[in-house]
Ligand binder design. Structure first.
Ligand code: SF4
Length: 444
């Protein structure tokens, strides 16, 4: 192998909603079906634990930031109550007044909260609220969950359903885009609403509910389509359903012989880690092979609580992959993204997808150019473990599906038939790509 940087061409990189404050009390879909479950007390650990193979019982219970927040805003709430996921859901921060009491709202946030014409409701669990900086409107976690005026601006190319899901839905709440798998939306409820949500047109409005008639129709569709070997449960967040409802759907999917794999997409370990209870994981492990895609956005979400939730899921034999949306000013640089991927790996979550932010209405302030995503992948590949490098994808507007994007490492063939390959440091190497074919022709 020889190196010839003089022939190295420059890497070509393509140059490239509104808010509704809840008007009526919204009930979590799981309420009343799943008995509350308290977490066991845990040991102390730093905010960002360095060692993850410790048994869950030795992980820290929480951070000093969360403790301070609890002392200030929930002084009378004991540990058992705070760690009850249904209490967390019932006590989500959902009103301007409550938010205003907890953080110093900026003019842009205030403007968004006081405009009633939006599409995406406000809701943040008390736990996640404890991670939000009260005095810094630019803090990444704050920007992901607190409305701001940018949501009210619709830019060219944006739409409410950029992925065309409504046109690929043979039965309500089921999307069949790829040949061998379907997406089944269990409900439109989330414990915390992300301001960049791809399904902001539906989440939080109570129109997609886990009602039996709709789900039976979806199951009938899956039964009638034997090519469906993989079912992705999403929403909303499927883990906001109670254990009984979740088991109802899992057990029925398991009875369909051609469904080989069930996956669950969830942000619960990041925003409501209290939901991951012993009872839940005991139930889930009955339905293997079961996979999970966990939505994490920033390293600050990797707290002792989320760490413990992931440990419990991993200990139940559930393969964990991550999904991260690339967001401007939040995670759009190599150090932050590398740190997130490293922390996920320490939590036994395999970085899976890095998504280009979809052009949903009101998402312009979150979106980066595609070149930024390629730059981040280039800054990870080779500089860190291959396992820590997610696949960067653009979900094609209009329903074309995920399209993976990679910086160009294969530069084409030279006159001798060698393939020119660029490594992570930008050096170019020749691979004798044509030699095998030439040798074969000589032999024959
Ligand atoms: S958790 Fe997922 S479905 Fe719910 S608001 Fe966030 S991105 Fe949307």
């Amino acid at each position: 192998m020889h190196q010839d940087t003089t022939v190295c061409p420059q890497l070509h990189v393509p140059a490239m909603r509104d808010i509704v404050l809840p008007t009526e009390e919204e009930e979590p879909p799981g309420t009343g079906l799943c008995p509350q479950s308290a977490l066991r007390p845990l040991g102390e650990q730093s905010v960002h634990p360095k060692v993850v193979r410790l048994p869950a019982a030795r992980l820290a219970r929480t951070t000093s930031t969360t403790r301070r927040f609890r002392r200030r805003f929930y002084p009378d709430v004991d540990d058992k109550t705070w760690n009850d996921w249904q209490w967390q859901v019932r006590n989500r921060v959902r009103s301007f007044e409550r938010l205003d009491a907890m953080i110093r709202l900026s003019d842009a946030e205030r403007a968004a909260l006081l405009r009633p014409e939006g599409k995406l409701p406000l809701a943040v669990t008390p736990y996640y609220m404890s991670l939000v900086a009260p005095d810094d409107e630019t803090q990444p976690l704050r920007r992901t969950v607190i409305p701001c005026a940018g949501e009210l601006v619709q830019m060219a190319g944006e739409s409410d359903d950029p992925l065309g899901e409504e046109h690929q839905s043979p039965v309500p709440g089921l999307v069949h885009r790829y040949p061998d798998r379907v997406l089944l939306l269990l409900s439109d409820f989330c414990s915390t609403y992300c301001r960049y949500c791809t399904r902001s047109r539906v989440v939080g409005h109570g129109r997609i509910t886990p009602n039996r008639t709709r789900l039976e129709a979806a199951l009938d569709y899956i039964r009638a389509n034997p090519q469906v070997r993989d079912v992705l449960l999403s929403g909303g967040d499927p883990l906001t359903l109670g254990d009984d409802r979740l088991e109802w759907i899992l057990s029925r999917l398991r009875q369909i012989r051609h469904v080989e794999v069930v996956r669950i997409g969830t942000k619960v370990p990041a925003v409501l880690p209290q939901r991951i209870t012993r009872k839940l994981v005991t139930m889930l492990r009955r339905y293997h092979p079961l996979w999970m895609s966990l939505h994490f956005t920033h390293p600050d979400e990797c707290t002792p609580e989320s760490h413990r939730a992931c440990a419990m899921l991993a200990d139940a034999g559930i393969p964990l992959g991550s999904q991260t949306v690339l967001l401007r000013g939040i995670n759009d640089n190599v150090p932050v993204m590398a740190e997130l991927m490293h922390r996920l790996m320490r939590m036994r979550v395999r970085p899976y997808y890095l998504y280009q932010c979809d052009p949903i209405s009101g998402s312009g302030h979150f979106r980066t150019p595609i070149a930024k995503g390629l730059e981040i992948i280039r800054g990870l590949r080779g500089f860190t473990s291959g396992y820590a490098v997610p696949t960067y994808v653009v979900d094609a507007p209009g329903g074309g599906g995920k399209i993976p994007l990679m910086p160009e490492y294969a530069l084409g063939h030279d006159a001798a038939g060698d393939m020119l390959l660029k490594n992570y440091e930008g050096d170019v190497y020749h691979y004798p790509d044509g030699a095998v074919e030439a040798k074969k022709q000589q032999i024959h």
